[in-house]
Design a protein around this ligand. Structure first.
Ligand code: FMN
Length: 156
């Protein structure tokens, strides 16, 4: 079963975009139409799309979402849309040297979408930039498992 996946990217220096493109390629090879959208000009109405969403965000400042994600994040926070029909996955990028705010960017998106009634599919993936592995390689490994959850996510 082919499930459309829209990948939403929050990034400062491009790691999350690399991750998103690698996961998009994996999903396409598996027969799922996947598209990568930068968060810059996105509105909450994007969640009316068919299929499943994959939020891919890094962390900046004091555990904040990246600059290009800020307007989108705040618009969702203000509007608090009913996202009960939304199914999403979450890839979060951070660095464990930021002890108190490790991976908070992705966590913030996860919490906000959950508050709006959306349901996460699978476990949140967290990448540690100080962990010695490449984010895009870890994400592709994670997505091999995650993609197996897609058919049941849209039929439930
Ligand atoms: C100025 C700055 C602030 C950061 N703040 C945090 C943080 O608070 N928590 C965290 O887990 N990672 C933090 N990071 C690490 C980034 O999230 C990590 O390097 C990530 O891979 C960057 O991905 P991107 O290129 O998609 O933005 C910070 C990095 C920089 C350069």
């Amino acid at each position: 079963m082919s499930v459309p996946v829209t990948i939403l990217v929050g990034t400062m220096t491009g790691n999350a975009e690399l991750v998103a493109n690698s996961v998009r390629d994996l999903l396409r090879e598996a027969g799922h139409p996947a598209e990568v959208l930068m968060m810059d000009d996105l509105k909450p109405a994007i969640f009316a799309r068919e299929g499943v969403f994959l939020v891919c965000s890094s962390t900046y400042g004091q555990g904040d979402v990246p600059d290009n994600a800020r307007d989108f994040y705040e618009a969702i926070e203000r509007a608090k849309p009913d996202l009960s029909a939304v199914r999403y996955g979450l890839i979060s990028l951070g660095d464990s040297t930021y002890i108190d705010t490790y991976n908070h960017g992705g966590k913030q998106f996860d919490e906000l979408l959950s508050v709006c009634g959306a349901t996460r599919i699978g476990e949140r993936m967290e990448h540690n930039a100080s962990g010695g592995s490449f984010a895009e390689e870890d994400a592709v490994d994670w997505a091999k498992e995650w993609k197996t959850l897609l058919p049941q996510a849209v039929s439930a």
